[in-house]
Design a protein around this ligand. Structure first.
Ligand code: SAM
Length: 448
């Protein structure tokens, strides 16, 4: 959507402020407003809001901005539940929308992407799976250090502000336990007077903190990212891993606590290295994998390729119902985790390989033979056309595509349809309440 037909748009300048009325939501979650023929995408604003918006990017045909003040909230706006230092939580940009409205928007966005971007039709869009927990669902949160009145603070960057950190006491996206872990690292930084790193002056020590949690095991892992500097020993009982060199003999380096995080999922006992991918909503990951399992339609004898397999989660959950599973993943530590996970759970019919989907599929076919079912679960960028061509060479009966971005799923699915597959079913699963992000599973079958 850009300027209205026949209307002459007035260009805007970066930094300019103006009052606008939000009409709808754009893909990706920003509010859409119009001012003198120009469409403006406003972050931090919801349909029905009247806001003062600052222009952050000015183009000829559209502009981007952020709400600096809500002058009149939409009538159906839900009061913000997660606020830090007076700022609505940047990790929960849709908290002002009722949950029912969030679900409807997400479902619509999946459908729109497939129909408009992919030109796809005739598929069954199943009802969106709502999240079990609307708050306190994230098993991983990443924080930045900043400074206020000479004291370290630890929280999130304010929306659209790389230079401003808002202090966090309780983020309602994370568990109470995870919040307590973050606060104890901040308290340590304050009591030991360890300064935050300042990107402008390139001075200071503390950059980021990642708090990861085993939802079912109760284990907490914190990873501290620092500059090269000396600093006192942080609380070890938090399984603190340090990235960045202490640069001296008295400061800590390397991993101080336990290196791998333990989790339980779909009846499996899993372990993961801190660099390995793991779904951030444990409860909903189970639902997602259940849908993938159903779509795979396994009867016990199939050969399954699990591409982009991470620590092996999807393949391991399918292994009992498959003849054999072959996993491929680019991060070697994740493959090492996957191998240990298979062993720990007594799963013997899975083989795992470190390598890229771009170059690894052909050798996999040579080694394993052609699969009956291919599961793909790529990052947000989706699959390149070349990788789709490699998948097509598998000639699998079914392709189960787990996607965290319907705008990249759509062209990938369209390429598969062009090559003779039919998009049968799509099920959105809400892994990320209070945000515009949506995960979905799509089933493509060979032939009509
Ligand atoms: C969305 S995650 C899915 C992981 C796993 N299926 C799960 O559910 O936990 C995507 C994975 O793809 C991996 N990856 C990224 N690019 C890749 C590539 N070119 N080839 C193979 N794996 C890749 C990432 O390291 C990550 O583990």
């Amino acid at each position: 959507m850009t300027q209205a037909a026949g209307e002459k748009a007035t260009a805007r300048r970066r930094g300019e402020e103006l009052e606008v009325e939000i009409e709808s939501l754009a893909f990706g979650g920003r509010g859409v407003a119009r001012a003198e023929g120009l469409v403006i995408f406003v972050a931090g604003a919801l349909p029905g809001d009247r806001v003062r918006a600052e222009i952050t990017k000015a183009k000829k045909r559209f502009a981007e901005g952020r709400a600096v003040e809500i002058l009149r909230p939409a009538e159906d706006r839900v009061a913000d539940a997660c606020v830090h230092d007076g700022e609505p939580c940047p990790g929960a940009p849709w908290q002002g929308l009722s949950y029912e409205r969030q679900l409807a928007q997400k479902s619509e966005q999946v459908e729109e992407a497939l129909r408009r971007i992919g030109g796809l039709d005739g598929f069954e869009l199943e009802e969106i799976e709502p999240a079990v927990e609307r708050w306190r669902y994230r098993n991983k949160l990443e924080y930045s250090f900043g400074e206020r009145d000479g004291e370290p603070i630890l929280g999130f960057h304010a929306r659209g502000r790389w230079d401003l950190v808002v202090d966090v006491d309780d983020c309602k996206l994370g568990s109470e336990r995870g919040n307590a872990a973050r606060n104890s690292v901040r308290d340590w930084a304050r009591s030991e007077s360890v300064p935050a790193y300042d990107a402008r002056s390139r001075r200071g020590v503390l950059r980021n903190l990642v708090v990861r949690e085993g939802w079912r095991t109760g284990q907490i892992q914190t990873r501290l990212v620092t500059s090269v500097a000396r600093f006192p020993k942080p609380p070890v009982d938090l399984h603190t891993a340090i990235e960045g060199d202490s640069g001296g003999t008295d400061g800590p380096t390397g991993v101080l606590g336990e290196e791998r995080l333990r989790e339980e999922l779909c009846g499996l006992r899993l372990e993961m290295s801190h660099g390995a991918f793991f779904q951030t909503n444990t409860e909903m990951a189970e639902r997602l994998y259940a849908v993938a399992g159903e779509y795979a339609g396994l009867s016990g004898s199939e050969r399954v390729f699990d591409l982009y397999c991470g620590i092996g989660t999807i393949g391991l959950t399918m292994a009992k119902r498959a003849g054999e599973v072959w996993g491929l993943e680019i991060v070697p530590e994740a493959i090492a985790d996957a191998e240990r996970n298979a062993e720990r759970n007594g799963i013997e019919n899975i083989r795992l390989f470190a390598g890229s989907a771009r170059t690894g599929v052909r050798p996999l076919i040579e080694e394993a033979g052609k699969p009956d079912v291919v599961v793909v679960d790529p990052p947000r960028a989706g699959l390149s056309q070349k990788i789709v061509r490699r998948l097509l060479e598998c000639e699998a009966k079914r392709i189960v595509y787990v996607s965290c971005n319907p705008t990249t799923l759509a062209p990938n699915a369209a390429q598969m349809v062009e090559a003779g597959y039919t998009l049968k079913r799509v099920k959105p699963v809400d892994m990320f309440p209070q945000t515009p992000h949506i995960e979905c599973v799509a089933l493509l079958e060979k032939g009509a």
